[in-house]
Design a protein around this ligand. Structure first.
Ligand code: ZN
Length: 279
């Protein structure tokens, strides 16, 4: 019999992008080498953490499954081709993960979506997704073209939110219940669209530890950067050196959104190395 454990005070949800020794320049500040990634996973395993997908986390949050010892959630955004090798490292350590893919960037169905906001990089192909799913990787949606959803007209944002889910569900033949906001950007109407599309969880960024009372449609994640050292990772896993979500949205976050919405931000690309909410 499984004896339910009490809920944790903090839940580290780690956000990776690329695991490569030679990443595209634009993602390099958020890329780690395969050696560093292996080291991170060894730290997670040696500390006795139990890996969860985001949907497993949601089940525990809703009381459907007992809390495991020291839960940790490993997530990846965008769908870079190097995830295939990273997945082997995760699988070798029996660590599940959630991969949020931008469907318009995936290879294998002609050219990338013309409106795609992600700069060029070597991405996963559609044909790889089903096998990843069978091996413990949860596939989540991350829109079709990777727009800043919080400054799009609500109708267009809703289309982006649904399209990635529909395409992935058609490909995989199963429900895709989790979503991640590109760049972590969201607002009330965007979160509503996510719920109405049928998702049951969504990840933001926030660079904070999540916790049981965190918003299940804006879960806090911790961005792993090229310069995130082991001491920082250890501290996060121990529930230290980061704020604990939920907490009130900062005035500066609202001001930054207003600035982008009113056209102050005209570029398509965001300064991903400096912007704390890049995903
Ligand atoms: Zn992204």
């Amino acid at each position: 019999m499984t004896i339910p454990t009490s809920s944790p005070r903090t839940i580290p949800i780690l956000l990776y992008h690329s695991v490569s020794a030679a990443p595209a320049d634009w993602i390099a500040p958020l890329a780690v080498t395969p050696t560093t990634f292996a080291h991170h996973l060894d730290v997670i395993v040696s500390r006795g953490h139990t890996g969860l997908t985001v949907s497993h986390l949601r089940d525990a949050l809703r009381g459907r499954t007992p809390w495991p010892e020291r839960p940790v959630v490993v997530t990846f955004d965008d769908g870079f081709a190097d995830f295939a090798d990273a997945a082997e490292q995760l699988i070798a350590r029996r660590l599940p993960s959630t991969l949020y893919v931008t469907t318009g960037a995936l290879r294998g169905r002609g050219s990338p979506a013309p409106e795609l906001r992600l700069p060029p990089a070597h991405m996963l192909s559609w044909s790889q997704l089903a096998e990843l799913t069978q091996r413990g990787v949860e596939i989540g949606a991350h829109t079709h073209t990777h727009p800043q959803l919080d400054v799009l007209p609500a109708g267009l944002a809703a289309q982006e939110i649904r399209r990635g889910k529909d395409l992935l569900e058609d490909e995989l033949g199963r429900e895709v219940p989790s979503f991640a906001y590109p760049y972590g950007f969201h607002r009330d109407s965007v979160r509503r669209s996510v719920r109405m599309a049928g998702y049951t969880s969504a990840c933001a960024v926030k660079n904070a530890l999540s916790s049981p009372p965190d918003d299940q449609f804006a879960l806090a994640r911790l961005t792993i950067r090229a310069d995130t050292d082991t001491a920082r990772l250890q501290a996060w896993l121990a529930g230290r050196q980061a704020r604990i979500a939920p907490y009130p949205e900062k005035m500066t976050t609202r001001a930054w959104r207003l600035y982008r919405r009113t056209g102050g931000w005209r570029g398509k690309r965001l300064p991903n190395a400096t912007n704390a909410t890049r995903s």
